[in-house]
Design a protein around this ligand. Structure first.
Ligand code: PLP
Length: 373
């Protein structure tokens, strides 16, 4: 693989190279863990580690010292269990679907219980097995997505036997606006969490996602759950949130041409050349995770020069204006930067009208994936 990259072409006929820097990932983990101590730092590795490959990301994070891993679904926990040693704890954010309890318990998976119904199903299995089964209890503090309602919280506080046999490890909640450090809802949610925590004084708190970590110590609780910050996304609009980039994406040129003024470009003929210009067609499109919303909006870079996308993004290709480069700089087989030192994940996400999370989790399976440390 090293030789292939030195030669500058992707093996197996791939026309793009996605470089994933596991060393940067580990440095990001350690930087967050240092910031959060004495709180512990988990890693959120749902959705194939935000599209970057949980098979590589999971063990790299364990090597960096992580012992707590969050996924969204039981199926992801099953895969992760095989990858990591038994000392790690694996939590399932969505909790369990009815009937999944026994499989989860057999794998020592820790569900996040989001309702009294999920609590009662987990409790029933614990009683049936005459065992204590670990879980996190999530309460809704203002996002209205997952977690016990206030009424459910009060019912449980009044009758803890509803959770008989369940070993509650943390009281958990999730911020809706954690990436906006001045948003008033952050303090409101923290206040609601503290009210609920007063009813469960034995439970430590698990609250902050990446953004929450940068809201300050009061939001850290005892176990933080960063995702995007590990993967080099900008977790917050707070000024001190710089994480190291983890992803780089370079894509091949498949064709170049010069066109006269008036030439139409791409599906729907949405771009018309206003002067003579030079174009390059790149070998990646919306099937590779470059959203169609980049049509006539985004750009690629070559040695720092911005090369705007012209016309619509196709399934397998897109076209850029390379008039800013000296003629024949780019030709069949040249590589241009889509994500890298000149175009951050945040920049391309902004051009696409979306967020870094969606870009990362959409990155296609046709790119050659090159893991470096
Ligand atoms: C995805 C997720 C996280 C991680 O969020 P980031 O913003 O990527 O750090 C944390 N907690 C919950 C409940 C999540 O769904």
């Amino acid at each position: 693989m090293g030789e292939v990259v030195r030669l500058g072409y992707a093996p197996s006929g791939c026309s793009g190279v996605l470089t994933i820097d596991l060393g940067a990932l580990q440095r990001n983990y350690r930087a967050l863990a240092d910031r959060l101590r004495p709180a512990a730092t988990a890693a959120v590795v749902k959705a194939d580690a935000y599209g970057l490959g949980v098979d590589q990301v999971g063990p790299a994070l364990q090597t960096a010292g992580c012992r707590d891993f969050f996924v969204a679904q039981l199926s992801e926990a099953v895969s992760l269990r095989r990858l990591l040693t038994h000392e790690v704890r694996i939590y399932v954010l969505n909790g369990l679907q009815p009937g999944e309890e026994a499989a989860a318990a057999d794998l020592a998976v820790v569900p996040v219980l989001n309702s009294l119904e999920q609590l009662s199903l987990w409790s029933a299995l614990a009683k049936q097995r005459d065992a204590r089964l670990p879980a996190l209890l999530q309460v809704d503090t203002g996002m209205s997505r997952l977690g016990l309602s206030r009424q459910e919280v009060d019912a449980l506080a009044a009758d803890r036997s509803l959770g008989e046999g369940v070993d509650l490890r943390f009281l958990m909640s999730h911020l809706a606006c954690g990436d906006e450090h001045a948003h008033g809802q952050n303090a409101e949610q923290l206040a609601v969490l503290h009210q609920v925590a007063a009813l469960f004084p034995d439970l430590p708190l698990c609250f902050a996602n990446s953004g929450g970590i940068f809201l300050g110590h009061g939001f850290h609780g005892s176990l933080a759950r960063p995702g995007i910050a590990l993967y080099g996304g900008t977790p917050s609009d707070a000024p001190d949130a710089g994480m190291q980039p983890v992803v780089r994406l370079d894509v091949r040129v498949v064709q170049t041409r010069s066109v006269p003024a008036g030439t139409r470009v791409g599906y729907g003929a949405t771009y018309v050349a206003s002067a003579e210009m030079r174009l390059a067609t790149l070998a990646a499109g919306y099937a590779d995770g470059l959203p169609r919303s980049l049509s006539n909006a985004g750009a690629a870079y070559y040695e720092g020069v911005r090369l705007p996308i012209v016309g619509r993004v196709s399934m397998d290709s897109l076209t850029i204006d390379i008039s800013a480069l000296p003629a024949s700089t780019l030709r069949l087989g040249s590589m241009v930067e889509i994500i890298g030192p000149h175009q951050s994940l945040e920049m391309i996400a902004a051009d696409a009208g979306t967020i870094s999370y969606e870009i990362l989790t959409s990155l296609g399976r046709r790119f050659h994936r090159h893991y470096v440390v």
